[in-house]
Design a protein around this ligand. Structure first.
Ligand code: HSE
Length: 313
C-alpha cells in the first residue's frame, strides 16, 4: 500500500455580508490538515483528531459517523474508492464554532487527501458534492459558502440554484480581508434555526441590490462601490446580539477605514474588507475594540485570492 498523503484546507468567511449561504471567501494561513493512509480494512476510519494545541481533541469525535471529515471522505470513497479502506488523522487549525468554516475545512481537507489515494483522482472542482456531505452533517443544511472557497480558494459565488456548479468572482485588486476571531462560540445549526422565515419586500430588494452591487464592484474593481454595497440588512441584525462585542468592533473597523464589516458566517468571528494599505490598522483597531470588551481574540489579514485546498509534502 502507498504512503500517506496530507491535505491542507483553509478557513473561510461565509456569506461575506451580502450573500447569505451563497458567497464565500477563502482565508490564507489558517486551516485544517487531514492525513490519509490506505489500509486493508474496508471503509473510512479516524485514528485521531488533534486540536489547536496539538493534543487529542477533547470534543471532536473519532466516530466516522460523527465527524465531518470522515463523512465527506466516505461519500467520495463509496463512489470512487476500492474495496480497501482509508484511515484519517484530523489536525484542527481552525477553532470550533468560530464562524470560520471549521467543519468545512475538515471536510474539504479530507476529500482532497482521500482523492489523492484514488486510482483516478477527480479534478478538484468535482470534489465539492462530497465535501458538502460533511458540511450538511455539521450545519444541518445545504450551503456551500464555506466548502466552496475552502476547496477552490478566492471569492466564490455558490447559490444552491447552481450547485454543484459555482462561479469564481474576480478578486478586487488592492483589497484585503481582515478576520477577527473573538474567543466565543456560536453553534451554526442553532443560529440557523433562530433565523426568521419571513422577510419584507423592502429588505429583499435592498439585499438584492447590495449583492448585485458587490458582484459588479468585484468585476470592475470599484472600491467605492464595494463600500456602498457591503451591507447585510437581513441576517446580521438577527445575529449581532449573540456576539457582545460586535457593534463596537464594527464601528472600530469602519473608523479605521474598512470598506465594510459584518459577521463571518454565523459568527462570532467578524470580518472586514479594506484597502491593502489599511488592513493591518483595521485588524489592530478591531482587536483593540474586542479586548476592551473583555474578550480575548486573534486576527488574520488575507488577500482576497487566497489559495484553496492543496496537498502538502
Ligand atoms: N451561510 C452559513 C450561515 C455559514 O450563515 O449560517 C455558516 O458559517
Amino acid at each position: 500500500m502507498s504512503d500517506s498523503v496530507t491535505a491542507f484546507a483553509p478557513a473561510s468567511i461565509g456569506n461575506v455580508a451580502v450573500g447569505f449561504d451563497m458567497l464565500g471567501l477563502a482565508l490564507a494561513d489558517v486551516g485544517d490538515r487531514v492525513i490519509a493512509r490506505p489500509v486493508p480494512e474496508p471503509g473510512i476510519t479516524i485514528a485521531e483528531v488533534r486540536g489547536l494545541d496539538g493534543e487529542i481533541h477533547p470534543y471532536l469525535s473519532t466516530d466516522p459517523e460523527q465527524n465531518t471529515a470522515s463523512i465527506a471522505a466516505k461519500a467520495l470513497w463509496e463512489v470512487h474508492g476500492t474495496t480497501a479502506g482509508v484511515e484519517l488523522k484530523v489536525h484542527k487549525g481552525v477553532p470550533l464554532q468560530s464562524g470560520m468554516g471549521s467543519s468545512a475545512a475538515s471536510a474539504v481537507a479530507a476529500v482532497v487527501a482521500v482523492n489523492a489515494l484514488l486510482d483516478e483522482p477527480l479534478e478538484q472542482e468535482k470534489l465539492l458534492p462530497y465535501a458538502l456531505e460533511g458540511e450538511k452533517f455539521a450545519s444541518g443544511a445545504l450551503h456551500a459558502d464555506n466548502v466552496a472557497p475552502s476547496l477552490l480558494g478566492g471569492l466564490i459565488l455558490c447559490p444552491t440554484t447552481l450547485l454543484p456548479e459555482v462561479v469564481r468572482l474576480p478578486s478586487p485588486p488592492g483589497v484585503n480581508a481582515v478576520l477577527l476571531h473573538p474567543e466565543l462560540q456560536v453553534n451554526t445549526a442553532h443560529a440557523r434555526r433562530g433565523l426568521s422565515k419571513g422577510y419584507s419586500m423592502d429588505q429583499w430588494l435592498q439585499q438584492q441590490g447590495y449583492l448585485a452591487g458587490f458582484v459588479a464592484a468585484c468585476a470592475s474593481g470599484d472600491i467605492d462601490l464595494i463600500r456602498r454595497s457591503l451591507h447585510d440588512v437581513v441576517i446580521e441584525p438577527q445575529r449581532a446580539a449573540a456576539v457582545p462585542c460586535f457593534e463596537d468592533v464594527k464601528e472600530a473597523a469602519l473608523r479605521a477605514g474598512a470598506l465594510g464589516c459584518s459577521l463571518s458566517g454565523s459568527g462570532p468571528s467578524i470580518f472586514a474588507l479594506g484597502e491593502e494599505r489599511k488592513a493591518r490598522n483595521i485588524a489592530s483597531a478591531m482587536e483593540q475594540s474586542c479586548r476592551s470588551n473583555g474578550i480575548g481574540c486573534q486576527s488574520w489579514v488575507s488577500p482576497m485570492n487566497a489559495q484553496g485546498a492543496r496537498l502538502e509534502g
